[in-house]
Ligand binder design. Structure first.
Ligand SMILES: Cc1ncc(COP(=O)(O)O)c(C=O)c1O
Length: 367
């Protein structure tokens, strides 16, 4: 087979905007202390794992799954206190829900708007689905720049606006009055992305009651079920019925459904784990603040954003890697993230190793 012919065909057929994209990169992490992807570090207790495996014996792997995943949706409704007036739609992670939403509205000249720095998939999915993308810089406090947001909304009337509450990678919530002002100015759908809801007391479910253009997106990824891939969209049944037409049949597989049902029946364990992560976040932040060369932002999520001394983020990142600790280096990804690292909150022993490695790395770096 001729390489040249393949590449000519790719030139001919693959959309130009896809050709210039880079596939979402996941660095190898085998054997490392993995503090790069906002995962819950805790496994389930042994007896719970045994009970889960027992439940999996029921799995009819030869059959298609329940297309509506009704038991899972009922469990989520119960655990998340979703009003009877609202419906729930499931995705293979919230990434898939973002894609469904984009497909729902995609048409030439339409756009997705999101504040930046923010979650990278909003931009990637806009590009994949043929939508324009507008990233509006956050203000110096990483809050919404309301004037800029309102001007962009008025000028472009985005089909979709994503507001992550708390925001990734900055870790903060946006001011509620600014969020409301954006929602009220928008003609299109506003998705309040509560991926990190388990780590904050803030809850925006009522926004979906108050506004007919608001849907709430959540995920089980950050509370310990990243491997299952289960995200959810909560909101008015009429909106969700439209999105249902985009959802591929059986997108939530048999093993995910059974495992999620089980997890929801045992959600007290997950709540204990997220409470432990929240407590550890506070300890980690206060210890990080003792490293005087680091700028440390507060966090309402299960990660902490820090800024290293100027020009040093990459070196510190590599030094941590040599100590078997993988974090996320954000330097170069956005001007407001210059010299920044994002540290996922792990177990206390992970934090101890991270802190020791950071102190070493910064001492070396500063010498
Ligand atoms: C703000 C935000 N939304 C959505 C997601 C996607 O989560 P998942 O596809 O695992 O449900 C992430 C993951 O990092 C995120 O940070």
């Amino acid at each position: 087979m001729s390489r040249e012919r393949v590449s000519a065909r790719i030139q001919q057929w693959v959309r130009p905007e896809i050709r210039v994209l880079n596939a979402y990169h996941v660095p190898p992490a085998s054997g490392m202390i993995k503090l790069d992807a906002m995962e819950n570090p805790y496994r389930w207790p042994d007896e719970m794992i045994a009970a889960w495996l027992e439940k999996l014996r029921e799995a009819s792997i030869n059959r298609y799954p329940d297309p509506q995943a009704s038991i899972v949706r009922e469990g989520l409704r119960r655990e998340m206190g979703v009003a009877a007036s609202h419906d729930i739609l499931l995705g293979n992670g919230s990434d898939e829900i973002i894609q469904m939403l984009a497909l729902l509205v995609s048409a030439r000249g339409r756009c997705i708007l999101a504040p930046e720095p923010g979650f990278v998939m909003y931009r990637m999915i806009a590009t994949m689905t043929g939508l324009d993308y507008l990233g509006i810089p956050l203000d110096a406090n990483f809050d919404l720049d309301l004037d800029a947001m309102l001007a962009a909304v008025q000028q472009h009337q985005p089909a979709l606006i994503f507001l992550a509450l708390p925001n990734n990678p900055t870790g903060n919530l946006f001011s509620v009055d600014r969020v409301r002002a954006v929602i009220e100015a928008a003609e299109g759908l506003v998705i309040l992305d509560e991926a990190y809801t388990a780590f904050t007391d803030a809850d925006h479910l009522s926004f979906a009651e108050d506004y007919d253009n608001v849907l709430i997106m959540r995920t089980l990824s950050k509370v310990g079920l990243a491997g299952l891939r289960l995200g959810l969209l909560i909101g008015d049944a009429a909106w969700l019925a439209e999105i249902e037409k985009i959802r591929l049949p059986y997108n939530i597989n048999v093993l995910t459904q059974l495992s999620a049902e089980f997890a929801l029946e045992n959600f007290q364990v997950i709540r204990q784990q997220t409470a432990a992560i929240r407590a550890e976040r506070e300890r980690l932040i206060s210890e990080l603040r003792n490293i005087t060369t680091l700028q440390v932002w507060p966090s309402e999520a299960n990660f902490v954003l820090v800024r290293t001394p100027e020009g040093r983020a990459r070196e510190v990142f590599e030094a941590l890697k040599l100590r078997n600790i993988l974090v996320k280096c954000l330097d170069g990804s956005h001007p407001q993230l210059r010299d920044c690292l994002r540290l996922t909150v792990g177990e206390p022993t992970d934090s101890d190793q991270l802190l020791a490695a950071l102190k070493d790395a910064l001492a070396v770096v500063n010498s």
